[in-house]
Design a protein around this ligand. Structure first.
Ligand code: FES
Ligand code: FE2
Length: 380
């Protein structure tokens, strides 16, 4: 596993116990003032999309395409892409546009031997090369070798498929993939996946996941009875963050030696992979949410719900994971989504010219700091 600099599970628990005893929480050094304009400015949004194209951004979990021919097609940073596992077991990514007249060659997800364009039937192999052009004699100047699907840089690491659409960002702003731990493993079972659109700016949704300052106020009956208010371990690694939300039941690990502490089910780890991905490792399932910005005021949420790493995919485990996911969807997630919509509604009210992220909102400060620096590093 890569050197991430993150605390071990036992050390996280130790830090939690210190906070319980001292009535403290992790806090950052800086307070950040984010201009509200950055949530609705079209120019800023265009730059953020440009940044998303230049970074290696998680596209889907490896577990979404375990076998040869498995593919996922969707829009990423405004561009239709398709990612597929080829005959050799490697992942390939292409711009999802036919080389005849540009129609998308794949929709949604599935398993296929060839991508066959539904318009006039041009067919492509899993490596993107042209397999067949119907009525070939009508295209005397088309060269198959130069008319394959257009590849996009893709890399599979840490149980995730990352795509980079454009090159040319300054190296300093590049996300170091080595700094990311193996949060996911390819053998996890995806038991649900969904896509839906919310009328909110993508960053508001990111922020809602990255602090525990609102547990008692926003989640008095869903999360607070099992957890703590403003008691978190907050770690930044590279451009990313991990926020730990402990449950009160973690107390039973106090007397277990640090290296022997098994924190599964005793806390939630929320990993923020910069810029737009949140992976939450919960008691009985793991959720991956990609917040795909559509406009300044709308976001496509792509969600995968999986069994936890290391769990078998037998019926009992999957049923347990589904119950866990159902509880979350019916309670805390709804409360967060409502809060984010309420913030969105007032963004242009004129009440605030900036939002203040304080010492306990350390992960959000890191997010905005890295985002701001990365935008500066974009090529002209
Ligand atoms: S646009 Fe795809 S075959 Fe014509
Ligand atoms: Fe919340």
């Amino acid at each position: 596993m890569a050197e991430t600099g993150l605390l071990s599970d036992g050390e996280v628990a130790e830090r939690v116990f210190d906070h319980v005893d001292n009535k403290t929480s992790d806090s950052g050094e800086k307070v950040w003032r984010e201009p509200v304009e950055n949530y609705h400015s079209e120019a800023r949004f265009a730059d953020e999309i440009r940044l998303l194209k230049h970074l290696p951004v998680p596209f889907c979990p490896s577990a979404a395409i375990p076998n040869t021919g498995d593919y996922v097609a969707r829009i990423a940073a405004g561009t239709p892409l398709v990612v597929v596992r080829d005959e050799e077991g490697n992942v390939q990514a292409f711009r999802n546009a036919c080389r005849h007249r540009g129609m998308q060659v794949a929709q949604g997800s599935g398993c296929t031997k060839y991508f066959v364009c539904a318009y006039h039937g041009w067919a492509y192999r899993l490596d993107g090369s042209v397999q067949h052009i119907p009525h070939r004699e009508g295209f005397p100047d088309v060269n198959e070798d130069t008319h394959g699907l257009v590849p996009v840089e893709v890399i599979e690491r840490h149980g995730l498929v990352f795509v980079t659409q454009e090159q040319g960002i300054s190296r300093g702003a590049l996300q170091g993939l080595d700094e990311i731990p193996d949060v996911l493993s390819p053998d996890q079972t995806i038991f649900a996946s969904s896509e839906n659109t919310g009328d909110v700016n993508w960053k508001l949704n990111m922020e809602a996941n990255l602090e525990g300052l609102h547990i008692k106020t926003l989640h008095p009956e869903s999360f607070f009875p099992y957890g703590y208010d403003n008691l978190n371990v907050v770690e930044s690694f590279g451009n990313n963050n991990r926020v730990t939300f402990p449950f009160r039941r973690i107390e039973k690990l106090r007397d277990t030696p640090i290296v022997e502490r098994n924190v599964a089910g005793q806390l939630t780890y929320v990993y923020h992979l910069f810029p737009n991905v949140v992976i939450a490792v919960l008691s009985n399932h793991t959720s991956v949410t990609i917040s795909e910005p559509l406009t300044t005021t709308s976001t496509r949420f792509i969600t995968y719900r999986m069994t936890n790493s290391g769990e078998t995919s037998d019926k009992k485990n999957v049923a347990r994971a589904k119950r866990d996911a159902g509880f979350l969807a019916d309670t805390g997630s709804k409360e967060d989504a409502a809060a984010v919509r309420a913030i969105q509604a007032g963004l242009t009210s004129g009440a605030n010219d900036h939002f203040t992220f304080g010492h306990y909102e350390k992960a959000i400060v890191h997010f905005h700091e890295v985002l701001s620096a990365s935008l500066q590093g974009l090529p002209d």
